[in-house]
Design a binder for this molecule. Structure first.
Ligand code: XMP
Length: 494
């Protein structure tokens, strides 16, 4: 169809900005960084204590990263380059990680007839240092621990557990709270309290180790049952994965698509939303028109068309939206329905993360920032004496070959070569996730201090941008010096 519109009009283009194009305008403040409250919502019903998500990528988020993220108050989003059964097991692992009461099915128990040698071997294999002793009906008879049996001083290897166990067991009911459990343990100098029902049948276990872990992570993000929160990526047409992840307890499902402004994707995302209890975040989008199509049903909207460090979408397809403009456009629409916005990709420094929030995001998602951490999947490799971990785009050939191709609406069923939209790379090894998060959140808090905002909503309201020239960008990085010691939160772009 011929249009009357002259092509030359297309050159009257709006400007779109990204992180380096803007800075936060400093403002009068009484806010010390440590006082800034960084809690937020990632979706309509899920709150976080820090506004940070780890990306659904197979070199970033499996259960170890997700557990680490939730313990620090954020959210890990499991990637979907794994079969559905594996994803369910991963979700269950996250949910079990810091629960107060370990469910009966996960409690290692001993029987009174086992020999001391057998129970010793069993506890070693299961990685526990003690076990409730139960009869065939699961009635609690006693408790046996390493100190009762090792080094076989009072009992022989072939003696039965019933002879060595402590039979005056301190138990508690299912509604026990963490503080009461701790008090019991201190009072009786014990390390574990079996949880029983009215008939003294074992229904769970509280351990000192579990309690201490929970204490260490005071800011952990928990669901309504006190378990760590967990996100999971699902393909836009994967209703079976969505329902399985939902039933396994995922709190937020992320429709994982590189271009969610695709009407088939939106139709299917609506069906998934109707089929699950978990919140459903739809993405990725990068324009107000796309946001308007999903804002009526999405519990959150994720923004990012091609800003990621390993993305080649913009150069391969010629399409994309610089991230600060994309976030602001989407946030304008999302605000009308009070739907949270997540800025996904392109964040290199804590300053980028807080700029994304100023542009209207409620939380940010990062891939490269976390790919080098201890918790990320994959092993550490050494090149020229430096340590690295693998980091690859989910649209890279390697990731698509392991199953993730449909994020980019591609498959190789015909045996044809993939047209990738991402690269495979290595990223410097960085140590623990907790220390990376400490730097990231610390920088964001300081940004809130410069703007004088005590909370994320206040910061979104109060912050203003100034436009930065290329001379201004150069001025903003260390210059005219040779860096002699690496800072924990800055490495120059190469
Ligand atoms: P960063 O910059 O944090 O970005 O490493 C992570 C985000 O990048 C997206 N992603 C991709 N985008 N091709 C793309 O165009 C890819 O192969 C690819 N893999 C991941 C994704 O949104 C992720 O959260």
């Amino acid at each position: 169809m011929e249009s009357d519109r002259p092509f030359s009009e297309k050159l009257e283009v709006p400007e779109a900005l990204t992180f380096d194009d803007v800075l936060l305008r400093p403002k009068e403040s009484r806010i010390e960084p440590d006082d800034a409250d960084v809690s937020t919502r990632v979706s309509k019903n899920v709150e976080l204590n820090i506004p940070i998500l780890s990306a659904a990528m197979d070199t970033v988020t499996e259960s170890d990263t997700a557990i680490g993220m939730a313990r620090e108050g954020g959210l890990g989003v499991l990637h979907r380059n794994m079969d559905i059964e594996t994803m369910v097991a991963e979700i269950e692992r996250i949910k079990r990680a810091d629960e107060l009461v370990i469910d009966r099915e996960n409690v290692v128990t001993a029987s009174p007839e086992q020999t001391i040698a057998e129970v010793d071997t069993m506890m070693g294999q299961e990685g526990v240092s003690g076990a409730p002793v139960v009869d065939d009906d699961d009635t609690v008879l006693g408790i046996i621990s390493g100190t009762d049996i090792r080094p076989y001083l009072e009992v022989g290897e072939t003696d039965e557990v019933r002879e060595a166990m402590t039979d005056e067991v301190i138990t508690a009911g299912v509604d026990i709270e963490a503080r009461e459990a701790l008090e019991l343990m201190y009072e009786y100098k014990i390390e574990r309290v079996p949880i029983v029902d009215d008939d003294d049948t074992l229904v769970g276990l509280v351990t000192m180790q579990g309690l201490l872990q929970r204490r260490e992570n005071q800011d952990a993000a928990h669901d309504g049952d006190g378990q760590l929160v967990c996100g999971a990526a699902v393909g836009p047409f994967e209703t079976d994965r969505a329902t399985a992840a939902d039933e396994a307890g995922a709190d937020v499902l992320f429709i994982d698509c590189a271009h969610a402004h695709n009407l088939n994707v939106i139709e299917s995302a609506r069906e998934i939303k109707d089929a699950v209890e978990a919140d459903v975040v739809v993405g990725n989008v990068g324009t107000s028109e796309a946001a308007a199509e999903v804002v009526d049903f999405a519990d959150g909207i994720k923004v990012g068309i091609g800003p990621g460090s390993i993305c080649t979408t913009r150069v391969v397809t010629g399409a994309g939206m610089p991230q600060i403009t994309a976030v602001a456009e989407v946030a304008d629409v999302a605000a009308q329905e009070d739907v949270p916005v997540i800025a996904d990709g392109g964040i290199r420094y804590s300053g980028d993360a807080i700029k994304a929030i100023a542009a209207g995001a409620d939380a940010v998602m990062l891939g490269s920032y976390f790919a080098g951490t201890e918790e990320a999947p994959g092993r550490v490799i050494t090149m020229n004496g430096k340590k690295y971990k693998q980091y690859r785009g989910m649209g890279s050939v390697g990731a698509m070959k392991s199953g993730g191709g449909d994020r980019y609406l591609k498959d190789d069923e015909d045996g044809e070569e993939f047209v990738p939209e991402g690269v495979e790379a290595a990223t410097p090894y960085k140590g623990t996730l907790a220390s990376e998060l400490h730097q990231l959140v610390g920088g964001m808090r300081s940004g809130m201090g410069y703007v004088g905002a005590a909370t994320i909503p206040e910061f979104k309201e109060r912050s203003e941008f100034v436009r930065v020239s290329s001379a201004g960008q150069t001025e903003g990085h260390p210059h005219d010096v040779m860096i002699t010691d690496e800072a924990p939160n800055y490495s120059p772009d190469e």
